[in-house]
Design a protein around this ligand. Structure first.
Ligand code: 5GP
Length: 206
């Protein structure tokens, strides 16, 4: 029987661009996928749950996990650590699933180096910096200092758009959801080197 192997969709973009809402709204139309729950040292926002939105840990625990080689990638964003654990991702890939990561531009670069042939990536942003500022204030979950950090970071992140396969401008939400579903479906069809070789062998009847 042929061995299953999944693929990866990396979603990046400034905080406040609506990545989580888009993924949530597209969920039912994408089909079965595994959403990689990151580990972070950032404190939970109101309404966020440990093990659902993130695995929330302290700095010492995160640094011990780095030393133990637990992470596929990790980075410091807005002064906190964020990382993707390797083990659940590997398991989901082996089960043939599409794995979705919501990670920053640094994480995207590292993951590309390690698993590039399995990765499709999409950058999601607001139509303008002004609109991003408006949404971050409207969200009402972060204080001024944090909003300032997020905007500073967005100005850097936006320069990495060309490293991504696709760009979605989240202006009209319904249209953005349709675009995201199309990208996720394409990501599912992406074949890595190993899968391609295996397919060829099976196709030949070996
Ligand atoms: P937030 O604090 O708004 O949840 O996330 C802040 C930023 O960290 C976002 O750009 C998000 O994509 C990124 N992020 C979340 N999890 C990870 C991760 O595991 N690795 C990396 N490199 N970035 C992450």
């Amino acid at each position: 029987m042929s061995k299953k192997f999944g693929s990866i969709l990396i979603v990046s973009g400034p905080s406040g661009a609506g990545k989580s809402s888009l993924i949530k709204a597209a969920e039912e139309k994408i089909g079965d996928f595994y959403f990689s729950i990151s580990t972070t040292t950032r404190p939970p926002r109101e309404g966020e749950r440990d093990g659902v939105d993130y695995h929330f840990v302290d700095k010492a625990t995160f640094e011990a996990d780095i030393r133990a080689g637990e992470f596929l990638e990790y980075a410091q964003v807005h002064g906190n650590y964020y990382g993707t654990s390797l083990k659940p991702v590997r398991e989901a890939l082996e089960a043939g699933k599409l794995v979705i990561f919501d990670i920053d531009v640094q994480g995207h670069a590292i993951a590309r180096e390690r698993m590039g042939d399995l990765i499709t990536s999409v950058f999601i942003t607001t139509p303008s910096l002004k609109e991003l500022e408006r949404r971050l204030h409207a969200r009402g979950t972060d204080d001024e200092e944090i909003i300032r950090k997020r905007i500073e970071n967005a100005l850097i992140e936006i320069e990495y758009i060309s490293a991504y396969d696709f760009l979605i401008v989240n202006d009209d939400f319904d249209k953005a959801v349709d675009d995201f579903v199309a990208v996720a479906k394409a990501a599912r069809l992406k074949k890595g080197r190993k899968q391609a070789l295996q397919f060829v062998n099976e196709w030949r009847g070996n």
